[in-house]
Design a protein around this ligand. Structure first.
Ligand SMILES: NC(=O)C1=CN([C@@H]2O[C@H](COP(=O)(O)OP(=O)(O)OC[C@H]3O[C@@H](n4cnc5c(N)ncnc54)[C@H](OP(=O)(O)O)[C@@H]3O)[C@@H](O)[C@H]2O)C=CC1
Ligand SMILES: O=C(O)[C@@H]1CCC=N1
Length: 278
């Protein structure tokens, strides 16, 4: 019998400055801390948002209180897009020092961010999603002008630590990515919500309805992740001919129902991502 070689422990992630530790910044930070990070400094004005991390990272209310001498390899920009104009100019010194910037802000273009950072910044524009908190995220990323192969590899290491990564060759594609995978978890959680509500309407006790809906969504996600089959085949595998699921899918897959609604929803979100550039 051969004994498998132990998996080598991944080396800790490089020093990170996180600017904005709200819902998405916090989800990424959770994933990075679980993976192991050499040093993390977080700039976040809301004490409640950073409270879960305060014993593991250095917390600052503003860029001006970052400890002198802290030299991040990567600055992650995770404020709301509408806060970029106020937040980015304060980070220009890190751009001059050669730090790589990774922005996750919806809509904000590389050119717009580079200008706000003093014109010298090297920027990767990325779009992650909240399953990053459990290292099950999906991030698509675009490397802006001047980003070196080494910096791109650094960004890849950081993003791969919280899930799967895909690199885009065209910046404009990040708008539909934002609509599909950036916001995607919300649509899946909505499914859990409406499934629970429908279960209660059919007479199931609320606590049982909640458990069923959560486990059905999370278990289906786990099956999808583990299976080599397409989503469509996994759906067919549930649908017995002339059975109960077929009746439900006749409603959900009707011409004006889910397929059309999802197309409209994704088009609306893509358009909003383009608007946020301004
Ligand atoms: N939520 C998601 O699922 C995803 C979000 N994104 C992107 O991530 C970004 C953050 O989104 P989300 O986490 O949901 O938003 P949040 O509002 O939860 O987080 C942003 C945080 O940044 C803080 N902040 C404001 N100004 C500054 C500043 N100058 N320096 C440091 N921190 C500051 C905000 O504080 P205050 O509340 O006081 O303003 C807030 O706590 C957005 O640009 C969004 O487009 C991308 C992918 C998925
Ligand atoms: O709703 C938003 O604008 C952000 C971007 C993707 C998910 N949340």
């Amino acid at each position: 019998m051969t004994v498998p070689a132990p998996t080598p422990a991944a080396s800790p992630l490089p020093p990170i400055l996180l600017v904005g530790c709200g819902k998405m910044g916090g989800a990424m930070l959770e994933g990075w801390l679980e993976r192991g990070v050499r040093q993390a400094v977080v700039v976040e004005p809301q004490p409640a948002s950073v409270a879960p991390f305060s014993d593991r990272v250095t917390v600052c209310a503003g860029v001006e209180s970052i400890p002198a001498g802290f030299a991040p390899a990567v600055v992650v920009l995770a404020t709301k897009p509408q806060q970029a104009e106020a937040a980015l100019p304060a980070c220009a010194a890190f751009a001059r020092a050669g730090a790589l910037f990774v922005s996750i802000m919806a809509g904000k273009t590389v050119a717009g961010m580079t200008a706000l950072l003093g014109g010298e910044a090297r920027v990767v524009r990325a779009m992650p999603n909240t399953p990053a908190a459990v290292r099950q995220g999906f991030t698509a990323a675009f490397a802006g002008p001047g980003v070196t192969e080494e910096q791109r590899a650094l960004a890849d290491t950081l993003l791969a630590a919280i899930g799967e990564v895909a690199w885009l060759e065209e910046e404009a594609l990040i708008d539909p990515v934002t609509a599909v995978s950036g916001g995607g978890p919300a649509y899946v959680f909505l499914l859990a919500e409406v499934l629970e509500k429908a279960a209660i309407e059919q007479g199931l006790p609320p606590e049982l309805a909640r458990r069923m809906a959560r486990r059905t969504v999370s278990g289906s996600g786990a099956l999808l992740a583990a299976s080599p089959l397409d989503a469509a085949q996994l759906r067919v595998n549930v649908t017995s001919p002339k059975g109960t699921t077929e009746r439900a899918l006749n409603v959900l897959m009707a011409p004006e129902a889910w397929p059309k609604l999802m197309s409209e929803a994704i088009a609306a979100a893509t358009a909003r991502s383009r608007e946020l550039a301004g």
